[in-house]
Design a protein around this ligand. Sequence first.
Ligand code: ADP
Ligand code: AMP
Length: 220
Amino acid sequence: MRIVLVGPPGAGKGTQAAFLAKNLSIPHISTGDLFRANISQQTELGKLAKSFMDKGELVPDEVTIAMAKDRMEQPDAASGFLLDGFPRNVSQAEALDEMLTSEGMKLDAVLDLEVPEDEVVKRIAGRRICRNDSSHVFHVSYKAPKDEGVCDVCGGELYQRDDDSEETVRKRLEVYHTQTEPIIDYYKAQGLVVTISALGKVEEVTVRAMEALKRKDDDK
Ligand code: ADP
Ligand code: AMP
């Protein structure tokens, strides 16, 4: 399956993607994680991306699309992928469509995670991620690691993302509403959107998501 996850920052996209990708045996592709890996490796792309990420702005389309395309062309993504954080505006969605069409492929579903803004703010405020791998995600109260400040998965140090500060989060939410939300209508026009509530326990949301994706697949 080729799936796009959408939802505001802090909705739980990365958390759900980890489980869904495993259940569906497809790679989880997060452009945010790819940028953070570039930042920790101090690449030129990482330096450029950080200057936008720290302000809560989108990294320019040209570099983002090239990076996402390169990742989607890796052999492990040949039979499907779960995109998290890409596309993030209508130009990126159009570029993805062009890329898939040129390969004779198409998306199967766009899973839209709905969470009220006050909950998103609480989720982001308590988020802690691993220095070794930013897809290892915890929360100080909702998903506390066994040992405080230590990643359960790999033992790495947990830290708070620079862009999870209150001011940057406000900007990221604004960017979500103005630039990313329009892709939901773009994909609705293609009949691809399934919306679920992302409130409740992580496992409950995963079950809801799997059921919604199955319904979408049965509809085909
Ligand atoms: P996103 O990728 O959409 O920005 P994350 O997956 O990083 O969101 O989740 C944001 C924070 O909320 C993390 O700290 C995560 O542990 C926590 N979280 C995710 N899903 C839930 C949930 N269903 N209930 C409570 N907290 C959650
Ligand atoms: P995320 O990890 O998805 O919350 O993304 C963190 C930050 O990375 C965003 O606030 C953007 O600055 C940048 N980013 C991630 N994905 C994209 C994208 N598709 N387009 C532009 N910027 C992105």
